[in-house]
Design a protein around this ligand. Structure first.
Ligand SMILES: [Zn+2]
Length: 369
């Protein structure tokens, strides 16, 4: 799993600047349905249900779903400070700033160029959803506000204050191999990893570090089929969420290898990724692994028992806009014993018509992708 293309610029430099020895988030729980009396949500049920109920699309609010560095989208609030967009994730994490413009010297004069592009508009059933590329993220929002002007208008850019970006720090010191291995061992011992191994099987070897060659190729993770082993590269990551995502992605390759025929069947009718900067674009194998990792994230996120089904399916559509095939993989995964008591199990497993029809209705409306 090479890093997403749009993270390439600047991230390595940021990582080199300072290093956090913060351990990977061993506290994040996995899904623990079988044998339990009730599904165990990854976080508190209230906050998940509330944030989706009042919603990232609530009228009049500045809400969005942000896919940071190629990861599955997370909800949060949007604001503008100076020449930057500030995204405050709904759940705990620190705010992230994205510069709205970059400055280039043109004929001896400093000229501001927008660093936001409009990827597409999905008219949807209730309101239009705008998709924007930021410098290192993709934002889905029904309340684009100033972003619409920023995309098109130099005059608007000139009226903004200074643009700035938040620093991102490596999870582990790239020079400290022992600390990297420690991080992986801690990761392998989490309930999340246990859940992943139950879904996709446990590789023959313990999690290892991506070797020099893979590092040079910019890989965040590797699955070596001949050795049935998974390697990850925590020192090239800035968020624990990347580590979880990379584990799910690499295990998805293991799953692909185990059942190629079923993957072919599952994939019938799934459209391509249209965003050329998203990982998996133009590469079906990688696209499938991303869809599996997105589906895992969706099922973990929606494990709250009191989550309204409509809100959950709305969220699923947001994933599907970024990585088509998330829906079919979520349906496939929720049929596994691990997710037997997942609150969406019966909805997702209902005859394809009810779930697919909803998706198709949206898909037909997508105009720019
Ligand atoms: Zn891959």
């Amino acid at each position: 799993m090479p890093r997403p293309a749009f993270l390439v610029a600047g991230l390595a430099a940021l990582i080199a600047l300072a290093v956090s020895r913060r351990a990977a988030d061993g506290a994040t729980a996995g899904y623990r349905a079988p044998g339990a009396t009730a599904p165990t949500a990854t976080r508190t049920a209230d906050s998940i249900a509330t944030r989706l109920k009042i919603g990232w699309r609530a009228a009049g609010s500045r809400q969005g779903l942000l896919s940071i560095g190629g990861l599955p989208p997370v909800p949060g609030t949007l604001s503008i400070a100076g020449g930057s967009l500030i995204f405050q994730p709904a759940e705990g994490d620190a705010a992230i700033a994205y510069p709205l413009y970059r400055v280039q010297v043109d004929g001896g004069r400093a000229v501001r160029h927008s660093s936001v592009t409009l990827l597409g508009v999905d008219p949807g059933a209730r309101d239009s959803i705008f998709l924007f590329h930021l410098d290192g993220g993709v934002l889905e929002t029904a309340t684009p506000g100033v972003l619409r002007d920023v995309v098109t208008g130099a005059p608007r850019l000139d009226s903004l204050g200074d643009a700035w970006a938040t620093n991102r720090f490596a999870l582990v010191d790239p020079a400290d191999t022992a600390a990297q291995l420690e991080t992986l061992q801690a990761r392998a011992a989490t309930t999340f990893a246990d859940s992943m191994f139950r879904l996709f099987g446990t590789p023959s070897r313990p999690l290892g570090l991506v070797g020099d060659r893979g590092q040079r190729a910019g890989r965040l993770g590797e699955y070596i089929a001949s050795r049935d082993s998974i390697s990850l590269s925590p020192s090239r990551m800035t968020q624990a969420a990347q580590l979880r995502h990379a584990l799910a992605h690499e295990l998805a390759h293991r799953w692909q290898k185990a059942m190629p025929g079923e993957f072919r069947t599952l994939w019938e009718g799934v459209g391509p990724i249209e965003d050329s900067l998203r990982y998996g674009f133009g590469n079906e194998q990688e696209h499938q692994a991303e869809a599996v990792a997105f589906a895992v994230h969706f099922l973990q996120t929606t494990a709250a028992p009191d989550l309204p089904t409509d809100a959950a399916l709305d969220l699923l559509q947001a994933y599907e806009r970024l990585v088509p095939g998330t829906r079919v993989m979520a349906r496939r995964l929720v049929a596994q014993p691990l997710y037997r008591y997942h609150p969406l199990a019966s909805t997702l497993l209902a005859p394809a018509r009810s779930v697919a029809a909803r998706g198709d209705e949206h898909a037909e409306n997508v105009d720019v992708f």
